[in-house]
Design a protein. Structure first.
Length: 85
């Protein structure tokens, strides 16, 4: 029996997908906490593209969820994110 394997490249190799993935993750987290996130500030997105995300999507989701919890409004800014050093 042949197994079907889908290989998905690590997030660091598909950084061009990051803006869409960030917004999707933010909206999912916002709905969990009864918030609304309309967009992610371009400065935050640019800063996040410089990060390699060794934990892939789990790490991205955790960073975004924490940012959503810190957010005061409906736009995530760089100040909402706590990026690992």
């Amino acid at each position: 029996m042949q197994s079907n394997v889908i290989k998905v490249p690590p997030l660091k190799d598909r950084i061009e997908d990051l803006p869409l993935l960030l917004l999707s993750s933010a909206r999912r987290a916002a709905s969990l906490y009864g918030k609304t996130i309309d967009k992610i500030d371009s400065t935050a997105t640019l800063s996040l593209t410089a990060y390699s995300f060794p934990g892939n999507m789990r790490e991205l989701d955790a960073l975004v969820e924490a940012a959503v919890l810190r957010a005061k409004g409906n736009i995530l800014t760089l100040e909402n994110f706590s990026l690992p050093k």
